[in-house]
Write a protein that binds this ligand. Structure first.
Ligand code: ATP
Ligand code: MG
Length: 328
């Protein structure tokens, strides 16, 4: 049976890259399978050192899930740090992972090249992620393409643990598969790079009014004059339009690009309207939920309880397999 697991960092407000690359799949899958979705505050701590923001963003992610349709009766939504077994398992995994492998991590190297000063947490990020996935026996991990290598590291760690500590016929960990949808696997940001909270190039799922308009209008385009034909497939605006528009409308807009006389300003207005409509209902629901912080906290607490029903027995097996004595 499938067990779906995925995490999202409370490192800033969620954006449309998070939505199309991950969240939408989380929502699609959570009613059909056993699912665990966690707000990975320990991961966010690799880049965010501000307690008030950490608290705020954590609540924001929970609100976003609920507003976008997460049903707490169907699956578990919780905060990573409410499940201490995860960091316990991560420590065990650290000792199975060569430092050189982590130093070659694509996502690590990319963040460093963006000017981020890497702390030990950032280097070890994929190991904690492996603990997150494997501790629930995850089989399917819906993520964006940037996480592909991290899932490979997770599989590698599962195998290393099984080979080192388990009899051949009784492995403890299952190797998970990434669940990545090709046409939404890398959503570009307003500068054309991968949209990412840490790159400051995002359009927020719940941005509205002037702030939303400003972001859409600042999407980078080339300088092809208004009258001339344009290639929609080379355009950052169209890359986003594709996510929101139905097939027919998408084809119409592509046609206008190719015909000429259709400017990037037109395309941006179109996109703005599409975004506003697409999230209108969720936006309303979110405003309502904002008035009910106690409900949101209850959802997270219940989720953590469900999670720990899995993690406590699993950790007993891990301690047994590794010889880590527990006397109480
Ligand atoms: P940060 O910049 O702090 O890493 P982020 O914007 O990359 O933040 P994460 O919390 O790291 O967000 O990622 C949450 C999920 O969203 C992951 O599954 C990730 O693969 C996916 N994701 C993030 N950005 C994109 C994107 N531009 N396109 C598609 N999926 C994305
Ligand atoms: Mg990221």
């Amino acid at each position: 049976d499938s067990v779906v697991v995925s995490g999202i960092q409370p490192s800033g407000r969620l954006h449309i890259g998070n939505y199309f690359g991950a969240l939408r799949q989380h929502l699609d899958l959570h009613t059909q399978h056993e699912a665990y979705y966690f707000i990975v505050n320990y991961h966010a701590l690799t880049s965010l050192h501000d307690a008030d923001k950490m608290r705020q963003y954590t609540m924001d992610v929970a609100l976003d899930y609920l507003a976008l349709g997460f049903d707490p009766d169907e699956a578990a939504l919780f905060v990573q740090s409410d499940v201490p077994e995860v960091t316990e398992l991560a420590w065990i995994f650290y000792n199975l992972m060569p430092v050189s492998r982590l130093e070659r991590g694509v996502s690590y190297k990319e963040k460093v090249s963006q000017g981020l000063n890497p702390n030990a947490g950032l280097l070890n990020y994929p190991v904690l992620q492996a603990a997150d996935i494997l501790i629930y026996g995850g089989t399917q991990v819906p993520v964006g393409a940037d996480q592909k290598q991290h899932i490979e590291i997770t599989r590698d760690l599962a195998q290393r643990f099984n080979n080192t500590f388990c009899p051949d016929d009784d492995p403890l960990f299952t190797l998970p598969e990434p669940y990545i949808l090709d046409d939404v696997s890398v959503v570009p940001g307003i500068d054309g790079q991968k949209m990412s909270k840490s790159y400051g190039n995002t359009i927020g799922i719940f941005d509205e009014g002037k702030a939303l308009k400003k972001k859409v209008m600042s999407i980078v385009t080339d300088s092809t004059p208004l009258d001339e034909p344009k290639d929609p497939e080379q355009c950052n605006v169209f890359a986003l339009i594709k996510l929101f528009a139905e097939a027919e409308q998408r084809a119409e807009i592509a046609e206008q690009y190719r015909a000429g006389g259709y400017g990037y300003g037109h395309a941006k207005k179109e996109l703005l309207g599409l975004i506003q409509d697409f999230f209108a209902e969720a936006r309303e629901r979110r405003h309502e939920l904002e008035q009910r912080p106690d409900y949101v906290r209850d959802v997270l607490r219940d989720g953590a309880k469900r999670a720990r029903q899995k993690t406590e027995p699993l950790m007993a097996q891990v301690r047994n397999a590794t010889g880590l004595m527990k006397t109480m």
